[in-house]
Design a protein around this ligand. Structure first.
Ligand SMILES: Cc1cc2nc3c(=O)[nH]c(=O)nc-3n(C[C@H](O)[C@H](O)[C@H](O)COP(=O)(O)O)c2cc1C
Length: 515
């Protein structure tokens, strides 16, 4: 069973020690979303009451109130980001994961002192996944979250342990658009750079960067039920992908895992393609069971997305092209099948200093993938990483844009592979090769687990047209007419067909438990 460690990153945390264990027990015992919301209402109110009661009854000033709260037992109440975390842990637990909790204020204290790091290390080493929830400070994380990320990076045992393990985030800010998304994005970039595999929230809400909630003063989070749902979805997503990683153990494939490099930007001399092909050769030499191909899309005709209201144009088999743009020469029309068959994707781009030589289909390509996302996440659970080679001083930021666009496909994000070139020399070639080999290894794990999981439990992630009235109406109609059910069944059949790729007798330790 995947164990998700929920990490609360606020100095307003109410829970630590015994209170952390109590929180997990309480969360596991909540039988429904309504029960969760009542629990959060009660617990966040307790935290607010503690503040008011201490101030009113004894006529204390705020600094005295805070001094008193710090001495509390750590077993009652929840701060805002802690309450959002509790929702995320509930989601994880509902998805079949085990849960544990730690409050960072206990380790990175008010006085700036770092203490009991042995204990924190133990909690990290016992976890398969980290769910980090904190307040937004100036559109970014607060100092406890920063201290935690530094700790993961600097502690050799932890940095080794978290490699290839899962991460997701939740951010709570006082305002709508207060920086919840920027906070999550900076964190997901840091966590991929620590070699963690990163996921966002799931299709039950929006499939974006993680949980986002709005709450300012203590005691207010439970009013944001939509934010709570995004936090629940984040926990569910961690549990699902945790299952995928668990199921890969002992599973073998009959054929190679297919890694595609979708080359979306290059120069006229095909410098990027040349460098990437050379790296692929090195990777294929070092690791069995993968084949890598560079799909040079920079010369292809790709028409821009016209933002039609019903996308895709209907429900049907995964192989059918269902975007409204049907020009024969359009890349998506002519090569739809090629785009849905890879097991793992590297989003390739070459960024030279001399922009006039650049050929880029990047933006048009990304926006046209909308029909794949809306086709119930046709690229769901696939491993993805940016593969960007940049000349020194090219000032590129494509890899961050790639991460944030592709997490919306419900993919699993991997460490970006970034090559730095100067005077026609790839300065960090060894690192690029090592990172590419790391990607290939993780592609083997995620693919085997994904195929196995789809056979065992299916993938009934439906795209929810949140914010689109016409699509919402269509979705409801598909539900009533049975088209939705038919497409779920179609997908089950497709998963079974794909399972032919698993070797006979392939099993996972997880299957042994559940069979
Ligand atoms: C130093 C500081 C900076 C803040 N910056 C932001 C911000 O940029 N955007 C925002 O929406 N909220 C901001 N807030 C509000 C907190 O994110 C918000 O109160 C949150 O609910 C606190 O969560 P907690 O109760 O778990 O500590 C800030 C708060 C503090 C103390």
């Amino acid at each position: 069973m995947t164990t998700v460690l929920g990490v609360s990153a606020s100095l307003r945390n109410a829970r630590f020690g015994r209170g952390s264990r109590q929180l997990c027990d309480d969360v596991k015992g909540l039988v429904s979303r309504d029960a969760l919301i009542s629990y959060l209402q009660h617990q966040t109110a307790l935290r607010a009451d503690d503040v008011f009661a201490a101030a009113q009854q004894q006529n204390l000033t705020f600094d005295q109130v805070y001094a008193r709260l710090r001495k509390a037992h750590g077993d009652r109440g929840l701060s805002n980001s802690e309450a959002a975390l509790a929702a995320g842990l509930w989601g994880a637990s509902q998805g079949g994961a085990g849960i544990s909790h730690c409050g960072l204020a206990d380790y990175f204290t008010y006085s700036g002192e770092h203490r009991n790091l042995e204990e924190l290390r133990g909690k990290v080493l016992a976890a398969d996944a980290i769910l980090l929830s904190g307040p937004v400070y100036f559109g970014d994380r607060g100092s406890p979250a920063q201290a935690f990320i530094d700790f993961l990076r600097e502690d050799p045992n932890c940095s080794d342990h978290i490699r290839g393990r899962l991460y997701a985030g939740i951010a709570v800010g006082a305002k709508r658009n207060g920086g919840q998304e920027t906070t999550l994005i900076y964190q997901l970039v840091d966590m991929t750079n620590l070699d963690m595999l990163v996921v966002g929230n799931d299709s039950s809400t929006t499939s974006q960067y993680g949980g986002t909630a709005v709450a300012g003063d203590v005691g207010t989070l439970s009013d944001d039920t939509y934010g709570i749902d995004t936090a629940i979805g984040t926990g569910l997503r961690l549990a699902r992908v945790g299952n995928v990683l668990e199921r890969q153990a002992g599973v073998a494939l009959r054929d190679d895992v297919r890694i595609a490099i979708w080359l979306l930007q290059d120069d006229r001399q095909h410098r990027g393609r040349t460098l990437m092909e050379a790296i692929c050769t090195e990777v294929e030499k070092s690791i069995d069971g993968v084949s890598i191909s560079v799909l040079d899309l920079t010369e292809e005709q790709i028409l821009p997305c016209i933002a039609c209201d019903v996308c895709p144009t209907g429900r049907g088999p995964r192989d059918d092209y269902r975007c409204i743009i049907t020009a024969a020469k359009d890349l998506f029309k002519s090569r739809h099948r090629d785009l849905i068959t890879p097991d793992a994707i590297l989003l390739g781009a070459y960024s030279p200093v001399e922009r006039s030589s650049v050929r880029s289909v990047y933006q048009r390509f990304i926006e046209r993938t909308r029909y794949l996302r809306r086709d119930d996440y046709a690229l769901g659970d696939i491993l993805v990483a940016p593969f960007v080679i940049s000349e020194v001083n090219s000032n590129q930021n494509l890899h961050i844009r790639m991460l944030t666009s592709f997490i919306r496909h419900n993919t699993v994000l991997h460490h970006p592979i970034i090559g730095i070139e100067h005077e026609q020399k790839l300065l960090n070639q060894d690192a690029v090769i090592q990172q590419s080999i790391g990607f290939a290894r993780n592609a083997l794990r995620v693919t085997a687990g994904r195929l196995r999981t789809n056979v065992k439990q299916g993938n009934s992630d439906h795209y929810q047209p949140v914010g689109y009235l016409i699509s919402e109406r269509q979705f409801l109609e598909d539900k009533v007419t049975g088209r939705l059910q038919a497409s779920t069944e179609q997908r089950q059949r497709e998963s079974l067909e794909l399972s032919q790729r698993l070797r006979d007798g392939s099993h996972s330790s997880r299957d042994k438990e559940s069979d």
